[in-house]
Design a protein around this ligand. Structure first.
Ligand code: FAD
Ligand code: NAP
Length: 339
């Protein structure tokens, strides 16, 4: 067996909240063979297997009674290139942002708005990662996953992944699909998506009128560095709540009470409210209870000032959810995956 399995490993370095819980067993997969060995090992020990990537969308509330398998498989390859349309495949363990930079360095457009999102390629389809008006479903060309129930490989098309706002089939069939590699349909011709105000303003402020994909990536990186806490310095999992989708009637009612409400119409007739605005309006921005808090710059981000437990973060989240439900009649749904 090539897989190295360790017992009682602290997961603190492996989750961006910096929560100090232990994995009963821990291993890193550097190949498909490692993945299969890990599944066999967990089955032989009769313990569950929990797959993680960069741990940037996890809330760990207890020691994990499982074999935690960190995906560390590497490899990027071009599968198709007709001079304009290019399909690129990346292994699950590739770090997301360096992969985005690789595509830009190779003159490929499509992933620039998703710059500086932490985590791995393999986790990106889990919640159909999105930022600044682009989601991976917009550039998705397929993925290969291992069916943990049968041991068979399966290729998924765009439709089969059932991507939605921060959602996919894989979030619902928990523990079944282990994503091994993902394919992206990119282009040598720029089709920039510049709807979001801060991106337009940053480019305009730099005097850029004809932006390249790399310009957009750099602008987004600079906005994100100013606004979001760096998990290496302050534990967090990015946005802690999804932006709620509400009826037009409720949005209109809230707009009557709060004329500065931030709301965006959706194609299906619903309205998307900015959860960060609701939390800020309710007075939570900068709140701190022990080492669990709400970030000073971005109310949607819960932070660990050092020694918060997963329960401290979860309890704070519950208090915020209850307050927002009472004030605005809006339910906030947690975004990170809780274990
Ligand atoms: P992990 O946290 O390790 O895992 C997440 C889930 O996926 C878990 O349920 C895990 O079991 C499962 N999983 C992981 N790998 C695999 C695999 N290969 N096969 C099957 N299941 C797997 N998200 C956005 O959508 N947009 C953003 O703009 C954004 N910004 C962020 C900013 C910050 C500062 C932080 C900390 C987080 C941000 N996130 C954002 C959330 C997070 O980065 C993404 O969801 C990311 O895709 C998670 O990747 P990961 O490798 O860290 O996954
Ligand atoms: P922001 O610019 O302050 O905007 C607040 C919210 O309004 C965003 O969540 C965004 O929704 C929505 N919004 C803004 N402009 C919009 C437009 N033109 N059309 C439709 N919706 C619009 O947001 P932010 O917190 O700084 O984040 C910037 C981007 O990065 C967002 O897309 C956000 O989702 C993403 N991000 C995600 C995470 C995460 O962990 N999931 C963490 C940090 C940043 P959407 O969220 O639907 O885009």
């Amino acid at each position: 067996m090539t897989l190295q399995v360790q017992a009682q490993v602290s997961l603190k370095p492996f989750n961006s909240f910096g929560i100090d819980v232990r994995a009963q067993l821990f291993a890193e997969a550097r190949s498909d063979v490692d993945v299969r060995e890990a599944l066999a090992y967990a089955a032989a020990q009769a313990i569950p297997l929990l797959v993680i990537g960069g741990g940037s969308n996890l809330l760990l509330t207890q020691d994990v009674p499982a074999l935690v398998l960190r995906m560390a498989t590497q490899g990027i390859r071009v599968l198709h290139d007709d001079g304009v349309h290019v399909v690129v495949e990346a292994e699950a363990g590739e770090a997301w942002h360096p992969f985005v930079l690789w595509t830009l360095e190779h003159g490929l457009c499509g992933l620039e708005n998703l710059s500086l999102i932490p985590g791995t390629v393999g986790a990106a389809p889990m919640q159909n990662i999105g930022a600044y008006g682009v989601e991976i479903k917009d550039v998705f060309a397929g993925l290969t996953a291992l069916d943990r129930q049968t041991g068979e490989l399966r290729d998924f098309s765009l439709e089969e992944c059932k991507f939605a706002y921060r959602d996919s089939l894989f979030k619902h069939e928990v523990g079944r699909w282990l994503i091994l590699r993902v394919r992206f349909a990119l282009s040598r011709v720029s089709h920039l998506k510049l709807d979001y105000g801060p991106v337009q303003q940053r480019l305009a402020g730099q005097g850029i009128t004809e932006a390249t994909p790399s310009d957009v990536s750099r602008a987004i990186c600079s906005i994100r560095r100013e606004k979001l806490p760096d998990p290496a310095e302050l534990g967090n999992a990015g946005s802690f709540f999804k932006n709620p989708l509400v009826s037009q009637a409720l949005a209109a009612q809230l707009q009557g009470l709060y004329p500065d409400l931030v709301a965006y119409p959706q194609a299906d007739g619903q309205m998307k409210l900015a959860a960060g605005w609701l939390i800020d309006k309710a007075g939570w921005k900068g709140f701190r209870d022990g080492d669990a808090g709400v970030h000073k710059m971005q109310a949607l981000v819960l932070v660990n000032y050092g020694a918060a437990t997963g329960h401290d973060i979860a309890n704070l989240a519950l208090r915020i959810q209850q307050d927002i439900a009472e004030r605005f009649k809006v339910d906030l749904e947690m975004e990170p995956n809780q274990y």
